[in-house]
Design a protein around this ligand. Structure first.
Ligand SMILES: Nc1nc2c(ncn2[C@@H]2O[C@H](COP(=O)(O)OP(=O)(O)OP(=O)(O)O)[C@@H](O)[C@H]2O)c(=O)[nH]1
Length: 298
């Protein structure tokens, strides 16, 4: 039997469903998800090992028109994954018309000369007639390796997707141990879970202005003690995040603590602090310090 293995970059515009797809394929939450654009900031590998193949999916930040230095770094993270992969899985929101953002991504794909699969997502929101129309429209845009309609949320057509992707993977040995499902450690997952809870309860500019840094992690008997710093880029945001008599930060803390307890299988005490780092999203050094630049190897 020939074994296949390779890297598949999951790319697309913000909110297309990249992280939802990664988690659905792995049947495990490896990447956080939200209805806010640009939830994903780092490239996150999710590893799926089967008896005849190992898929290394790389979830990437949504490619968008950047307003700040952070946006430029996030796009760069996605471009890096596109360069480094064996094939591309471009995921689009099937309920949205083809737009400027799509042309921009398409141009980049054309320049790479790699097999590119188009995944038309959110088909659970489309009638059969509409879905056929959307698929035909996309067929005229580029010579895709295959066009596959899916619903990441409802896990529709994912088995078929894996079969088609497997054929395009290069022959080769597994690159990661079979029990490994992500390339990110528990500290990264901890800060991401906290950030997800913040995204859930905040709106407008706050979700984009927040970074989370783990300051301390230690076991005290059977309890895991975690201290994390939430960074915002304006004083007013600090007030909103803390909330009236600390009500907002408490909500975030309890939601994160609950998920962390389930994840690590032990009682968790989480302490959260909020610090203002003015305009950090335009400061390269801060972006690196908060671990958001994939090229940073300090
Ligand atoms: N109806 C429907 N909603 C979906 C589907 N897939 C994802 N979504 C929703 O779309 C939103 C964005 O999903 P994400 O997986 O966070 O999107 P993303 O592409 O990773 O987003 P960024 O991190 O911003 O680039 C969430 O509210 C998801 O629940 C789908 O198949 N059907």
């Amino acid at each position: 039997m020939t074994y296949k293995s390779g890297f598949i970059a999951i790319i697309g515009r913000p909110n297309a469903g990249k992280s939802t797809l990664l988690n659905a394929l792995l049947r495990e939450k490896v990447a956080i998800m939200s209805d806010k654009p640009n939830t994903t900031r780092n490239n996150i590998a999710g590893i799926l090992t089967q008896k005849d193949a190992q898929f290394v999916f790389v979830d990437t930040p949504g490619i968008h028109k950047p307003q700040q230095q952070l946006g430029r770094v996030l796009n760069k993270n996605a471009y890096m994954a596109m360069e480094d992969c064996d094939c591309l899985a471009w995921i689009v929101d099937g309920t949205q018309p083809f737009g400027k953002g799509d042309s921009f991504i398409l141009e980049r794909i054309q320049s790479l000369h790699k097999p590119c699969f188009l995944l038309v997502n959110k088909i659970d929101h489309l009638s059969k007639e509409n879905m056929i129309k959307v698929l035909m429209d996309w067929q005229n845009k580029y010579d895709f390796h295959a066009i596959i309609p899916i619903s990441a949320l409802k896990k529709e057509n994912l088995h078929e997707l894996l079969q088609v992707l497997k054929q395009a993977l290069p022959e080769g040995m597994a690159m990661y141990p079979q029990e490994m499902i992500s390339d990110h450690d528990e500290n990264f997952q901890t800060t991401e879970i906290i950030r997800e809870k913040i995204l859930f309860v905040t709106k407008e500019e706050i979700p984009h202005s927040v970074a989370v840094v783990l300051e301390n992690r230690r076991m005290e008997g059977s309890r895991l003690h975690l201290q994390a710093m939430i960074i915002v880029d304006r004083d007013s945001q600090k007030g909103i995040l803390i909330g009236k008599q600390g009500s907002m930060i408490k909500k975030i803390r309890l939601a994160a603590q609950k998920e962390l307890k389930e994840k690590f299988g032990c009682p968790v005490d989480l302490e959260l602090y909020v610090r203002v780092e003015k305009n950090w999203r335009n400061k390269e050094q801060k972006i690196k310090e908060f671990g958001l630049d994939e090229l940073n190897d300090d």
